[in-house]
Design a protein around this ligand. Structure first.
Ligand code: NAP
Ligand code: 8YV
Length: 314
């Protein structure tokens, strides 16, 4: 019987699925180590696989000289240095598709909650303001609005399906026009932002999309506009967003992702009237997190059995 591979787990993911890796491999949990450097020096050379959630720079690869495979818990892999992995002959796998529905559900929850002030109205009711100040101010409708989806990929398509069910008019922007959808395509993001009521971002992070939603794009969305970001915290400048929300150039924002997680920019934390913040949880249901973990399990099994990897990105 061949020896089980050793896996260095940098950061823990959905526990029941992560623990199933023990059927296939010897796992070593870096995040539990008291002295990370000592742990890496002792364990790194035994391992051929790294398991991680969005984090694998060259320095972590250096600690695992026989590295063959990086298991990334997430469809987005902007925190993994894929170019460096490729240069070293290391394969990277991610967890696409299985999270589409939950992320799209969350994007719509944020859209509905933002337009109808779900969080603010809850605060108003609990603070006893209704009997004193009267009815909550009127909010904005969801149906009959125009929505622009930034990134009509796997998740963007699911978001569009849900927007259709909510009777919204759908446009999208990305670098390539799709031939398989009839939604209105904009080659220019700012032009789309000017024409829509709601902008939902669901694109990858990294340098290619850094700051793509510029202050001009946010402004173009306008005083009644809603910006929903379930993509990555790097796709716009959070301080610019805070300025636009405060001075009324943007109506409302609902944000799930941040540039330096788990820290949320203080400029956003202080805004409560027209901003909803969630802690990067769009895929965070038991069902989906388990499915994501099982995609990594299946990839590791494929590697061990000498079969092609299932979700290789490089
Ligand atoms: P996907 O199927 O690869 O779709 C990504 C879309 O973004 C593509 O259609 C692509 O079209 C577009 N795009 C890429 N680069 C772009 C650019 N520079 N400018 C404009 N559009 C660009 O990916 P997915 O599975 O839908 O996931 C999308 C992203 O969502 C992930 O990478 C991750 O960052 C984020 N996400 C967040 C959560 C969360 O918990 N909040 C959960 C899952 C995923 P073109 O190539 O034609 O431009
Ligand atoms: C994360 C995500 O994986 O898939 C992605 O790209 O951003 C999420 O599903 C999840 O939040 C764990 O980090």
């Amino acid at each position: 019987m061949t020896e089980k591979p050793h896996v260095l787990i940098h950061s823990a993911w959905y526990e029941p699925a992560m623990r199933r890796l023990d059927e296939l491999a010897v796992t070593h949990h870096l995040y539990e180590a008291e002295d990370e450097a000592a742990f890496l020096a002792e364990i790194g050379p035994k391992c051929s696989v790294i398991g991680t959630m969005h984090y694998c720079p060259a320095s972590l690869m250096d600690a695992v000289p026989d590295l063959k495979l990086v298991l990334n818990f997430g469809v987005g892999y902007d925190g993994v240095d894929v170019a460096e992995a490729t240069r070293r002959g290391v394969k990277v796998v991610n967890t696409p598709a299985v999270l589409n529905d939950c992320v799209a559900d969350m994007a719509l929850s944020m859209t509905l909650g933002g337009r109808r002030h779900l969080v603010q109205a809850d605060r108003y009711a609990r603070a006893g303001r209704w009997p004193v100040e009267g009815d909550y101010p009127y909010t904005l409708n969801v149906h009959s609005t125009k929505v622009g989806i930034l990134g009509m990929g796997r998740i963007g398509m699911e978001i569009a399906d849900r927007c259709k069910a909510f009777k919204m008019d759908i446009s999208y922007h990305q670098r390539t026009k799709r031939n398989d959808v009839s939604y209105r395509y904009y080659g220019d993001l700012e032009a789309m932002a000017r024409d829509v009521d709601i902008l939902i971002a669901i694109i990858p992070g990294g340098d290619a999309t850094r700051g793509l939603i510029s202050e001009a794009v946010i402004e173009a969305l306008g005083p009644e506009g809603l910006l929903v970001n379930v993509a990555r915290g790097t796709v716009f400048d959070n301080d610019a967003l805070a300025r636009c929300l405060k001075d009324g150039r943007l109506g409302y924002a609902a944000i799930d992702v941040y540039p330096d997680e788990p820290n949320i920019p203080p400029s956003l934390l202080e805004i409560t009237d027209n901003l909803t913040l969630t802690p990067h949880m769009a895929s965070g249901t038991h069902y989906t997190r388990n499915a994501m973990g099982m995609v990594l399990y299946d990839n590791l099994k494929a590697m061990i059995e000498g079969r092609p990897l299932l979700t290789q990105v490089n």
